[in-house]
Design a protein around this ligand. Structure first.
Ligand SMILES: Cc1cc2nc3c(=O)[nH]c(=O)nc-3n(C[C@H](O)[C@H](O)[C@H](O)COP(=O)(O)O)c2cc1C
Length: 207
C-alpha cells in the first residue's frame, strides 16, 4: 500500500511539473533570421478582455526589441460588447477620432514601426486612427498587424496607406483572435497560433 501511495505521489508530481512546464511555454520554436536594422517601435491598440492584439504585439516585441506603446483612450469604450459596437460604429460613421494618451516620443526617430489593431467594422479601430493622425509618416516604414473575428484584415492595409501618405508599407500579419486566446489558455490543439507565426512572418519581411 505504501509503495502504491509513493508511486501515486511521484506520478502526480511529475504530471504537475509536466503540465506547468507546457503551460508556461510560450516561446517560439523558430529562429529569427535577422533583427531589423535601426530603431523599432511596436504600437498597438487592444480592447477586448482577451487582449488578442496585445498578445501578438508582445510576440513581435519579443523578436524585434525596441520601444513599445499601447494606444489608450482618455475615455475608454465601455466594457459591454454591444456598447463598444455601438460607440465605435458612431465614431467610424462620423469620422470621430477619440482622444488618446499622447505618444511623447518622436516618430521621426524610428526606422521601422509596427502598427497593430483589432479589426473593427472591417478596418482599424478609431483610436488607432487618432494615433495615425498625430504624426508625419513621410518616408517611414510601417508594418500592420491585426487580430480579427474571422473576417481577416478587411480594408486595414489600404486604409492605413491612405491615412499615412508618403509611408512605405510592408506586408501585414492578420491573426484570428480566438486562435491567439486558445493558445494562451491551452484549450485547443486544433486551432492555436504560437509566436512562431510571428517569426515566420518577420523572416519574410525583414531581409
Ligand atoms: C466593435 C467591434 C467590431 C468588430 N468588427 C469586426 C470585423 O469587422 N471583422 C472581424 O473579423 N472581427 C471583428 N471584430 C472582432 C475583433 O476584431 C476580434 O475579437 C479581435 O481579436 C479583438 O482584439 P483585442 O482583443 O485586441 O481587442 C469586432 C469586434 C468589435 C468589438
Amino acid at each position: 500500500m505504501k509503495i502504491f501511495c509513493l508511486l501515486f505521489v511521484i506520478a502526480a508530481t511529475a504530471g504537475t511539473v509536466f503540465f506547468y512546464g507546457c503551460a508556461r511555454s510560450n516561446e517560439p520554436t523558430l529562429t529569427l533570421n535577422k533583427k531589423p536594422d535601426g530603431k523599432t517601435l511596436v504600437v498597438y491598440y487592444s480592447q477586448s478582455a482577451n487582449q488578442n492584439t496585445k498578445i501578438v504585439a508582445e510576440w513581435i516585441l519579443q523578436q524585434t526589441g525596441g520601444d513599445f506603446f499601447e494606444i489608450e483612450m482618455l475615455t475608454p469604450y465601455p466594457d459591454s460588447y454591444n456598447a463598444v459596437l455601438e460607440a465605435s460604429k458612431q465614431h467610424n460613421e462620423a469620422g470621430i477620432l477619440p482622444e488618446i494618451r499622447p505618444f511623447n516620443k518622436d516618430i521621426s526617430d524610428y526606422d521601422l514601426i509596427f502598427i497593430g489593431s483589432p479589426i473593427w467594422y472591417g478596418t482599424y479601430a478609431p483610436p488607432v486612427g487618432t494615433f495615425l493622425a498625430s504624426a508625419d509618416w513621410t518616408d517611414k516604414t510601417l508594418v500592420p498587424f491585426c487580430t480579427h473575428g474571422g473576417g481577416g484584415s478587411g480594408k486595414f492595409y489600404s486604409d492605413l496607406a491612405a491615412a499615412c501618405p508618403g509611408a512605405k508599407l510592408l506586408d501585414g500579419l492578420a491573426v484570428r483572435g480566438s486562435n491567439v486566446v486558445e493558445r494562451m489558455l491551452r484549450r485547443s490543439t486544433a486551432h492555436k497560433e504560437s509566436p512562431d507565426i510571428v517569426v515566420e512572418w518577420l523572416n519574410q519581411i525583414i531581409r
